[in-house]
Design a protein around this ligand. Sequence first.
Ligand SMILES: Nc1ncnc2c1ncn2[C@@H]1O[C@H](COP(=O)(O)OP(=O)(O)OP(=O)(O)O)[C@@H](O)[C@H]1O
Length: 704
Amino acid sequence: MKAEAKKKNFEEVQTKVVLAPAQLLWTTEANGSVLLRMDESCPQEAITVHQMFLTSVQKYGHLSALASKKKDKWEKITFSEYYHLCRVAAKGFLKLGLERFHSVAILGFNSAEWFISAVGTVFAGGIMTGIYATNSPEACHYVANDSRANIIVVENQKQLDKILQIKENLPHLKAIVQYSGALLNKLPDLYSWEEFMALGLDVPDKELDDIISSQRANQCCVLIYTSGTTGMPKGVMLSQDNITWTAHHASRAGDMQPAEIKQEVLVSYLPLSHIAAQIYDLWTGIQWGELVYFAQPDALKGSLINTLREVRPTSHMGVPRVWEKMMEKIKEGISQCGYIKRKLVTWAMSVSLEANLRCNSFLFALADGLVLEKLRAELGFTCCSKFFSGAAPIGSETLQFFLGLNIQLYEAYGMSETSGPHFMSNPKVHKLTSCGKVVPGCKFKLANVDKDGIGEVCFWGRDIFMGFLNMEDKTKEALDEDGWLHSGDLGKSDEEGFLYITGRIKELIITAGGENVPPLPIEDAVKKQVPIISNAMLIGDKRKFLSMLLTLKCTTSTETMEPTDDLSSEAVEYCKQLGSQATKVSDITGEKDKAVYQAIQEGIDRVNSRAISNAQRIQKWTILGRDFSISGGELGPTMKLPMKPLNCFLGLVFGICFGVLLKCPPSFNFQLSVRWQQRLIQNVPVHFSIHPAFNIRKSASTSC
Ligand SMILES: Nc1ncnc2c1ncn2[C@@H]1O[C@H](COP(=O)(O)OP(=O)(O)OP(=O)(O)O)[C@@H](O)[C@H]1O
């Protein structure tokens, strides 16, 4: 349909529901409004977050909604209490001076207060903005300043200290609220949670209700800042309709059940500033009356498993790195079992994998009942029937490992710009290595399809964002004339409509000989062939040949989550099988361990033997001294490899200006490119060219 005709069609539909006047499908202004993509294939009424919550309270008011652990006991609140607390928080924000379409930024680990602040902000007519708890003060400043935060809600003293360092340079900031731990110093405009909630009590209901009833579904209520793996964080503006439509329809595509059928139980632990956790834990939780338990702040340092065992969720989501870490821990556990138990588990897992891959159920019931059921119970998955993976590509080794436990990981695929999942898998719709089918009501197409059927994945639907806040050029880059969102991801679909992501366009390596090489399948194949490898990164843009950077599987410090020099028990076992005594990464690197180097070379040779052309063969490789990590700056908050960490030149200029402004060194949390250079230069003979559009894969060339 031509753009003009399509626009007319939208306008006709939109006169039927009360929406704010809009001319375009996009805006870059916080107080702007957009045409909604309502048409015959997606006619559902557009509602606000408040309307969605009110409907839930009517249906699920008496059901438990949120559970927080206080002094070793789970304390629960019902949906009615939750709604009431959100109203009190909204009034508190109004009392503190929250202006329309300004933000409340929330900085801290998942908690009931996080949820109540988020919903309270939306009720009060503000824009809710999460900040990654791992952000540096400078990165917090970027988000709070860009979103014009009037109020910042922090978890504890640690997060408060960051805000106190930057507060003087936040012209819109009026107050800070701390929701956990005692206030150590009494500062003006700093409130404890209790003080803050008390503030709202004398704001009349009518004041809040007037604001609520003036809200429109095509206006912005949430800002998601991209984590910066593709450049400077961008503020993705999501409308009330984006949130309510996606919470309803994408979650049903994932087979999430309404509480009137079965109340879903989940554990909230992934960063809520990322769209994946926010839509899954917070908004879908309200939509379907789910019971959300909050994990402990040290969840990813190891306590998550205890929470899972206690809570026994019915549905669980992880980013690939979380599933990988879980896999490594299980493997470690298995390797420490006695001979007979180890053999039994290995046998049961191979039976389950076979049964799941080939629908061959001979012996499966026995293996599952005798061994695997107990293993799943150890993980807290006794009641869990849905396991999701999303936000980044997951390797086939991990998918197959969990199939061995009779756990099918359902992939979800989307972006912040699609309010989360645009493609979903579920117990009835799934295929190994596919990220599922398009959510009903949404559309997709592949652009510039090549001879292998691979093209750029483009999205259309009610989940498509409003625009990037104050970034018109970037918004126009992302949305084409007809309103299709271009993902920058490469994929292909099969005859049944399952989508397979094969790589990212900007990640595509173009060798000096002009051959296009998608790195993902090669990296995945190396990890599969050489089980001691933790991360593999292919390099070769504009180079005569491909090289690869490798890291080894090692343990992580439970305190800092930093990778240590100790090999994981799986890696030690692998070495033993090769006749090597290595127990540390440093026992191997620098070609100290000939046996391991030879085994890696043989694995790479096997991958090379399957390459479709000579240009796709890995000619050189080296092992780095330390695994990738979030703290090291090589992984983003969703634990994926940064593809294009930062426009290096702009990053440096910005970092220096910022340093001068704040009287602090020009360091930036998301200035990964510079750290990358330092790290890699320290460890291997790698030469980087500083290029304005810096990209690790594209700018690095190894001389090994
Ligand atoms: N299931 C999946 N399989 C493969 N890739 C995925 C999957 N889910 C998400 N991705 C990748 O993540 C991208 C979306 O990232 P997202 O919008 O969550 O931003 P982010 O992680 O904050 O970081 P940034 O935008 O800076 O990369 C997709 O374009 C795609 O490349």
